[in-house]
Design a binder for this molecule. Structure first.
Ligand code: CTP
Ligand code: MG
Length: 525
């Protein structure tokens, strides 16, 4: 409770990003202080970056003998941790106990000799293990085990959810199926660290930090990797005059604006990634966007990457989401379930366009949690029930939200009159003049609202008939959250659900249930 108050005071001040940022920092450290067993985002980033710097990424063969490989590598120092995964081939992530070991290993790595084509001789910590009898396993049993880095398929999710016996368990399982694994997070930081090495050719003191869903706690396996090239750590000697009254300054090239600096840096780094970056393919420089970026695929990790620079506001909103997620485990579960539901119905998409983004959707969940009565974090007694209730209420909340007139504002925790005509208006908490969902068109918003109505009704039904549902096959019947993920029957929304009642009956009883709820609400108020 104390902490929520603190977070709220942070939003009410409108004193510029840096001051607000500092307050989020303080609140974050307070909220997620190590004494609570969870780290502030800052200390988490520092620790993960250190791990990544001591790690190498090695392309192997599926028959690689794990023991022999580890023995070979450990000649350079103790190995702290390692794992294998598959992405266009088998890869090993190996973290040494000391950074020196990486240097020692790189000392012994060969430059490939290619007979037909030429290569750019750029050295990095992305290595390949060449065919050698030493490392090929002779028997099946010693074959390596690859850890998955992509989510399980929707059909399997639906099957597995239907086997749970409470809605609460379904929500927890869904979160577990999708959330980023320890290994996937390590891989994300390792990719940042590899990219840092490339940018460091120009800016040796730079860092590349992940932001967005890779670190805000709401990431789903397979989500993109948003990165931010941080040049703030480039520092000089103090500007105080020395006793002699003399001061030497670096001569640096002036530019027209901060934006122009960002564009020229990203243009050059983008060119480097394209021309020299091992594993970086499909590099596109999108420098005229509101937030200039370089987009590319990092093939060895399988991540779709967005590299930005000078993007402190996004870093702050990442931290804000991280703090909110840490307040209560239900925040993460609810966001994950809603994200998954939205993805299943094409409300969100992996390609950019007029769709509602996951970020907008997350802010909508947070806004709903602020608005509900009582607000989040009630007594322990309510926890069990609320885990289920929240999802139902979330759908009802947005099924009836006056999107045509009102803007969502999590700084105030209150809807406000829309300042412009966009179908969906969500104020950017750190840049109040911006609408984070400007891209969304009327059709997409309508789909979202219709699905909220339908899903609210389905959940309401599930509660009265769980866990008996619709037969998927001879062994499983779909019920609860699983039913929500089946294709919808609403016209205009892709696919349709297998359901028993005719659509008109369903809509009728949905409207009745909503009407009843609204009346109840009014009576309460
Ligand atoms: N962001 C922002 N304003 C926007 C869009 C994005 O501040 N209009 C910031 C947010 O911090 C967001 C991050 O940029 O978390 C990354 O954006 P995006 O990749 O679109 O969202 P994610 O939260 O990373 O979700 P996803 O899993 O879909 O990538
Ligand atoms: Mg992202």
């Amino acid at each position: 409770g104390k902490f929520i108050h603190k977070v709220n005071t942070v939003f009410y001040r409108r004193t510029g990003t840096d001051v607000v940022g500092a307050q989020v920092d303080a609140a974050s450290r307070h909220a997620s202080g190590e004494k609570n067993g969870c780290k502030s985002l800052h200390s988490l980033l520092v620790e993960r970056q250190r791990q990544a710097e001591k790690s190498v990424l090695i392309s192997c063969q599926s028959k690689t003998n794990e023991k022999k490989l580890l023995k070979y590598l450990s000649r350079h120092g103790d190995i702290k941790r390692h794992f294998f995964y598959e992405s266009y081939g088998v890869y090993a992530v190996v973290e040494f106990a000391n950074k020196d070991s990486v240097a020692s290993l790189l000392h012994t790595v060969a430059v490939p000799c290619v007979s037909h084509e030429s290569i750019v001789p750029f050295k990095s910590r992305l290595l390949s293990l060449r065919n050698s009898s030493l490392v090929i396993s002779s028997n099946q049993s010693s074959q390596i085990q690859c850890l998955p880095q992509t989510p399980i398929l929707m059909n399997e999710v639906i099957q597995r959810l239907s086997k749970e016996d409470t809605l609460d368990r379904q929500i927890t399982s869904l979160t577990e199926f999708y959330q980023l694994t320890e290994e996937n997070i390590r891989l994300r930081f390792l990719v940042c660290s590899l990219l840092k090495d490339i940018a460091a050719a120009y800016f040796p003191e730079c860092t590349v930090k992940p932001f967005g869903s890779s670190v805000n706690g709401f990431g789903k396996l397979g989500c993109d990797l948003d990165m931010f090239l941080d040049l703030d750590s480039i520092s000089g000697w103090t500007t105080e005059l020395t006793k002699s009254g003399l001061l030497l300054e670096y001569q640096m090239k002036p530019a027209n604006s901060e934006r122009a600096v960002t564009q020229s840096i990203l243009s050059v780094i983008g060119e480097c990634l394209d021309q020299f970056g091992p594993g970086c393919v499909g590099v596109h420089k999108i420098l005229n966007a509101r937030c200039p970026l370089v987009r590319f695929s990092h093939q060895p990790s399988g991540f779709q990457c967005d590299l930005t620079a000078n993007n402190r506001v996004a870093m702050k909103s990442t931290e804000l989401l991280y703090v909110y997620g840490k307040l209560d485990p239900r925040v993460q579960s609810l966001v994950c379930t809603v994200r998954c539901w939205a993805r299943a119905h094409g409300i969100t998409s992996s390609i950019s366009g007029a769709w509602i983004t996951n970020f907008s959707l997350t802010i909508m969940v947070l806004f709903f949690l602020q608005k509900r009565n009582p607000p989040i974090i009630p007594t322990l007694d309510h926890l069990q029930d609320l885990a289920e209730e929240l999802l139902c209420e979330f759908f009802e909340f947005y099924a009836t939200f006056p999107f045509n007139r009102m803007s969502i504002n999590i700084r105030k925790g209150q809807e406000q009159n829309k300042p412009e005509v966009s179908p969906l208006h969500i104020q950017n908490p750190f840049e109040s003049s911006l609408n984070i969902s400007q891209n969304v068109n009327t059709t997409q918003l309508k789909n979202f609202v219709t699905l909220c109505q339908e899903s609210s009704w389905l959940l309401y039904q599930s509660k009265t008939m769980s866990p008996k549902g619709v037969a998927v096959d001879s062994t499983t019947t779909t019920w609860g959250i699983a039913t929500l993920l089946l294709p919808s029957r609403v016209p205009g929304i892709k696919g349709h659900r297998k359901r028993r009642e005719p659509a008109s009956e369903r809509i009728k009883s949905l409207l009745e249930s909503l009407k009843y709820k609204t009346q109840q609400k009014k009576t309460k108020d």
